[in-house]
Design a protein around this ligand. Structure first.
Ligand code: ASP
Length: 348
């Protein structure tokens, strides 16, 4: 456990990408739309009293996070790279809808990170009387500023929402209405905000001695295929036969199980034989894939599908895009994917 106590001034960079946190209501249409980032800081004068010096940059055109894409991810990673040495920590303001995808992608793009990169947002706009934006933003800045023995305490990509800091690539948005919008079913919270700000150091990623580097390539020739009872073969074949497809995340039942119908197993086997990487992840929000435990996953083990263990779909798809972007050799792709590189999955 670690209690927050900030005595020296830290330099924090805020990167505003859009989302509800910076939205206002258009009263003529009743819809929420983005507005100028300067107005966001105006709404939280408390930021000036945190004992940090805070600079901010913003997307030229702030976006609803439904419009996030790989170019935006690379642009955020490049901004962090550009300002990396000048700041003690980074806070990324992002819409909650796709925050787990962007934050997972960032965890892969930023290798050997030695400073905190904290994603946050809100369910209610900053101007709303009952907004959750203030606490989320203020505590995220505090977390990004934490140091111990002159070094940043958190050296990974985190996601802070409603009093909890999670490892970003372990999160999923689970609620469209509650302030507690995210969960991390397979990994404990890294920190909790109550009367004290407690950081559970035992769960943080250990520091790496290797040099920080930023990757700037993600391959979009991927798909997510969620199986369901009664699925028509044309749906599976339509996806697996897409031209240029390089990999898919196959969302299976329970501990990684799927129908044992011949057409499905043949389609999956055929795709793997053609060099398409297929990762088995569970549709359940908690727990893990255990291929071979049931008869209904035995054939998948033998094909063989890549074992996604307890990875989230968000982390799996972004890891797939990242590894494909690195041109990993066909022969080592499976073992590379099955290796936890940023704490995104169980070790075995
Ligand atoms: N639609 C918004 C977005 O993801 C919701 C939010 O900000 O929480 O950009």
């Amino acid at each position: 456990m670690y209690l927050w106590n900030m005595s020296e001034q830290r330099k924090i960079m805020l990167i505003y990408t859009g989302g509800t946190i910076g939205m206002v209501k258009d009263f003529s249409t009743g819809t929420l739309k983005t507005f100028d980032f300067d107005k966001l800081v105006e709404h939280i004068p408390e930021l000036h009293h945190l004992g940090c010096s805070i600079d901010s940059i913003s997307f030229k055109q702030p976006i609803d996070s439904s419009n996030m894409n790989t170019d935006h991810w690379i642009s955020i990673a490049s901004s962090i790279e550009k300002h990396y040495t000048d700041y003690d920590g980074f806070v990324i303001l992002h819409g909650s809808d796709t925050m787990s995808y962007t934050a997972s992608a960032m965890s892969f793009l930023l290798e050997n990170l030695k400073k905190p990169v904290i994603f946050t947002g809100s369910q209610l706009p900053i101007g709303d009387l009952r907004t959750d934006a203030k606490e989320n933003l203020i505590t995220s800045v505090q977390l990004a500023a934490l140091q111990k023995n002159g070094e940043p305490l958190i050296r990974e990509v985190g996601l802070y929402f409603e009093y909890k800091l999670y490892r970003a690539n372990r999160t999923t948005k689970v609620n469209a209405e509650h302030f507690e919008a995210f969960s991390s079913m397979n990994y404990p919270a890294l920190a909790e905000s109550g009367v004290h700000l407690k950081v559970y150091e035992e769960y943080l990623l250990p520091s790496s001695k290797d040099v920080f580097s930023v990757h700037k390539s993600m391959d979009r020739h991927v798909a997510i295929l969620k199986i369901f009872p009664g699925m028509h073969p044309s749906v599976v074949n339509g996806i697996l036969e897409l031209p240029d497809l390089k990999g898919i995340i196959l969302e299976t039942f329970g501990a990684g199980n799927a129908p044992t119908e011949a057409w499905l197993l043949e389609a999956l086997q055929g795709a793997v034989n053609r060099g398409i990487h297929i990762v088995n992840v569970t549709q359940c929000s908690g727990g893990r894939v255990l291929m071979g435990r049931y008869e209904t996953s035995d054939a998948l083990l033998k094909i063989p599908l890549i074992d996604g263990r307890d990875i989230t779909t968000e982390a799996a798809i972004t890891k797939l895009m990242y590894l494909l972007g690195k041109d990993v050799a066909m022969s080592s792709f499976k073992s590379k994917f099955e290796t936890s590189i940023r704490g995104e999955m169980a070790l075995i």
